[in-house]
Design a protein. Sequence first.
Length: 149
Amino acid sequence: MSTVLPYTDEYFMRQALAEAALAYEAGEVPIGAVVVCRGQIIARAHNEVERLSDPTAHAEVLAVTAATEYMGSKFLPDCQLYVTVEPCVMCAGALFWARLGEIIYGAGEEKFGYRHYAPDLFPRRAKIRGGLLADEARELMQRFFAARR
């Protein structure tokens, strides 16, 4: 008998998009992330680079830090990360070291995404999917940067 989880990938990505909206409202680059373990959100975060004056305060890093604290472990093999935009190389490195079971991102990032600089960073067993609600994530990013020009 299989267990049916009450939430879908789209639900979790919408939660990440809600985090991205919080970043947008705070004047941060609008990227949001949630970490899910066994169908439950255990951590959520959005970019806080400006607020914290910390170039490492990306949504993915903050979400992984919160998730490892919650789990009491530096590794998250039974967890999934949902992030609105493809991780940068720094974040991809953090995700690699956290040993996340799966990484799901929305919009690709042609300029700063890890695939541009380190496409072979993750081991073959790593599950990585892109494109989930990509249009919504991309639109939020475009709106943010258009407002700053």
